[in-house]
Design a protein around this ligand. Structure first.
Ligand code: COA
Length: 160
């Protein structure tokens, strides 16, 4: 149903719609303007060309419509995930499905041992997404609820 794909310069306009005032409310940043959207898309293209790659910024598309972005940050001691969906696409399971696809990349293809994630305490929908995708709460840090998930496929558990 959904596709994760590399972002392209042409995605800038769709990215700006994703990073709307409603969507960025708990992200500690401002809404995205056209210039930042172009920079963001360019950064995604550049990160895809890196060797070794330290950042995956993947577009989440449904029937060709770019509805969100999922990110995997590999430059940190423990890799982290994050995600954002266009506000009119919320509540349909897309973030959970997109995150599960990202986990398949992280734990499967990349073989990472563990992942971290966090969300603002006033953003429980994000915590629900993490729990549905197999993360466990680990407490709170710097005002954010924190989560972790360890690689379990090696032990024979089914893939998400
Ligand atoms: C958080 C976000 C990614 C969720 O995307 P989504 O596609 O709506 O998520 P899903 O549909 O996969 O799952 C949402 C879950 O949260 C639940 N939920 C929604 N609002 C909730 C609330 N206020 N309290 C508790 N749970 C809530 C839904 O019921 C659903 O759970 P369910 O399947 O058990 O019913 C989306 O709202 C978003 O992009 N927000 C802005 C960016 C953001 O906050 N990113 C996360 C940064 S940490």
């Amino acid at each position: 149903m959904i596709d994760l794909r590399e972002l392209a310069p042409d995605d800038a306009e769709a990215l700006q719609r994703i990073y709307s005032p409603e969507s960025i409310k708990f992200l500690g940043r401002g809404p995205m303007d056209a210039a930042e959207a172009r920079f963001y898309a360019g950064n995604a293209v550049a990160s895809a060309a890196q060797t070794p790659r330290t950042l995956y910024m993947l577009g989440l598309a449904v029937d060709g419509d770019l509805l969100g972005v999922v990110k995997l940050h590999l430059e940190r001691p423990v890799a982290t995930v994050s995600y954002i969906l266009r506000a009119d696409a919320w509540g349909r399971g897309y973030a959970t499905e997109g995150l599960r696809r990202l986990l398949a990349l992280a734990f499967g293809h990349l073989g990472l041992p563990a992942l971290h994630a966090k969300h603002h305490p006033d953003n429980p929908a994000s915590g629900r997404v993490l729990m549905k995708a197999g993360f466990a709460p680990t407490g709170s840090r710097y005002g954010f609820e924190t989560y972790a998930q360890v690689q379990r496929w090696a032990a024979g558990a089914p893939a998400v």
